[in-house]
Design a protein around this ligand. Structure first.
Ligand SMILES: Cc1cc2nc3c(=O)[nH]c(=O)nc-3n(C[C@H](O)[C@H](O)[C@H](O)COP(=O)(O)OP(=O)(O)OC[C@H]3O[C@@H](n4cnc5c(N)ncnc54)[C@H](O)[C@@H]3O)c2cc1C
Length: 498
């Protein structure tokens, strides 16, 4: 990943390159020689102290130039790398020709949330991992930057809408009612597909705002909430009803929804919102947070907006974040933006084994987050008032590869050290919340508490389907959407069989 370049320079370079490419007939070799277009971003030290989106977005010139890198492979391997099967080759071809509206229509056929996916999908592990350009470079990060072009097209389309919902022809009503539990990417995708088929859809959401992790977990500086709001508005325009502050499993059970409220089918997409803890001494001290709570307070409850939001924010000067995934990166970068002077990521393996996206690690480093690799907390130490004062960590070295193929961390006996901190954020991942499954004994779950489903998202309970993180375990936005899409087809087929 290259060093920081100011957006004006990137735009100018792209404009000159586009002009040169416009007059050339490009061979595959020429296309491979086009440099990947960097994503313009706010200057690192400035953005580390504000909530605005880090990535600014491609210019038209950049989108055209980047799309011209696509070789138009006959078998389009990138498409098979996309969980919702977007015709990537097709939209890149239209973009390279400057036909942005046509390009966006291609995306819209398969994806309900392109502005979100363009920003947060781990493309380097999906579509970009399959791209021939990246394979030739032996680095998926060098593949055609598919997500950046997707984001450009989605943002451009949204700007043209000027805040109005996308108008859609309403299909003839089927007379069937479907309930969806949870308004994350999976629930929203299923709702859109079913509404387009003429079914009456109601989403029940526990929080006061729809969007799932995209509103409560992924920070504003990575995914502005106005983008999620816009997708929700489009969904409502399709006729989908969203009932917030409604906890399925408490307010109503899944069975109640079907037997008392007349829903013919239910799609369970309640995510994996239960944080994992380390079970070490001191984890109950004041100043220790799960990443979920820390991010929910800052994001959904807008705690960063001091003086405007009512949500209290724990102020800390030195923060330690435990974990090496995207959630840990988000928590660390949020800690900087909410006033911490020094933020450490403590991770027991090395950077190579980190599950977080390379881009997120790169951004965190640029912003000044300090990485303490090969270390793991053993206890959190409090002061006389029960507040965090320090964390004791143990050093590790790498041993043999484990079942995941990554080299496993091996503790170095007697290597304990203490780091002074006044807040700790535990970001070790999430598990499924047992509320829905616990109150619906008909649902078969695996040993991790995830709902077991068949090919069409069908569960062991007739008329009940499930998908997203509640089935996959904590996964990704696009996989949750892929499940939603599959289940919508399954639900439609089921309803037609009644
Ligand atoms: C901090 C963080 C950062 C992430 N970053 C990325 C990223 O960069 N890229 C990426 O692809 N993925 C990322 N993920 C993962 C991704 O967000 C999830 O895989 C995805 O949101 C799962 O979608 P879902 O619809 O299954 O569940 P969710 O998004 O979790 O939505 C579930 C919804 O169900 C609601 N709910 C729960 N229980 C009930 C109930 N009993 N009744 C009613 N409603 C209920 C919840 O309030 C929530 O709104 C991140 C996750 C986190 C936590």
């Amino acid at each position: 990943m290259s060093g920081y370049k100011n957006p004006e320079t990137l735009y100018k370079e792209a404009s000159e390159l586009r002009a040169r490419l416009a007059t050339a007939t490009l061979t595959p070799k020429d296309r491979r020689a086009i440099p990947q277009q960097d994503m313009p971003a706010q200057e690192p030290r400035v953005r580390a102290r504000n909530m605005q989106e880090v990535a600014i977005g491609y210019s038209e010139d950049q989108a055209v130039v980047e799309s011209a890198r696509c070789l138009g492979c006959a078998n389009a391997p990138c498409v098979s790398g996309c969980p919702v099967g977007i015709d990537i080759r097709g939209f890149l071809k239209e973009t390279a020709a400057g036909k942005f509206d046509d390009a966006f229509s291609i995306i819209r056929k398969s994806s309900m949330l392109p502005a979100i996916c363009g920003r947060v999908c781990p493309q380097e592990k999906q579509c970009m991992a399959a791209c021939t350009v990246g394979k030739a470079e032996k680095d998926p990060e060098k593949a055609v930057a598919i997500g950046r072009v997707e984001r450009f097209l989605a943002d451009r389309a949204s700007a043209k809408q000027k805040g109005a919902a996308v108008s859609v022809a309403k299909p003839a009503p089927s007379g069937k009612k479907i309930a969806i539990v949870g308004s994350g990417p999976s629930g929203l995708t299923t709702a859109a597909d079913l509404a387009r088929l003429g079914h009456s859809v109601t989403i029940f959401e526990a929080f006061h705002k729809p969007g799932g992790v995209t509103v409560y977990g992924i920070p504003e500086f990575r995914l502005p909430k106005s983008i999620v709001d816009e997708e929700v508005k489009n969904l409502k325009a399709l006729g989908v009803e969203i009932v917030c502050d409604y906890l399925v499993g408490r307010t109503r059970t899944v069975r109640d929804l079907m037997e008392k409220d007349g829903f013919s089918a239910v799609y369970v997409a309640n995510g994996a919102g239960l944080p994992k803890f380390m079970n070490i001494e001191g984890e109950d001290l004041v100043g220790v947070f799960s990443a979920n709570e820390f991010l929910t307070r800052s994001n959904l409850m807008k705690a960063y907006d001091r003086g405007v939001a009512d949500t209290p924010l724990f102020t800390a000067k030195r923060v330690a974040v435990f974990g090496g995934g995207n959630v840990a990166m988000d928590a660390a970068r949020m800690a900087l933006r909410t006033g911490a002077e020094e933020v450490h990521i403590v991770y027991r393996r090395t950077e190579t084994e980190m599950p977080a996206r390379v881009e997120e690690v790169h951004h965190a480093k640029e912003e000044g987050v300090i990485f303490d690799f090969l270390a793991n907390p053993t206890k959190i130490i409090g002061d006389e008032k029960g507040r965090v004062r320090a964390v004791e960590c143990l050093r590790y070295e790498l041993g043999e590869p484990d079942a995941s193929g990554r080299r496993s961390p091996v503790a170095i006996a007697g290597s304990e050290y203490t780091m002074e901190v006044d807040a700790c954020v535990v970001a070790l991942g999430n598990e499924s919340n047992p509320l829905v499954t616990g109150t619906t004994p008909e649902l078969t779950v695996n040993k991790r508490g995830n709902i077991v489903v068949g090919d069409k998202g069908e569960t062991s309970m007739k008329g009940v389907f499930a998908g997203g993180d509640i089935v996959q375990g904590a996964a990704t936005v696009i996989l949750a959407m892929g499940d939603g899409r599959k289940a919508a087809a399954g639900i439609d087929e089921y309803l037609r069989s009644l």
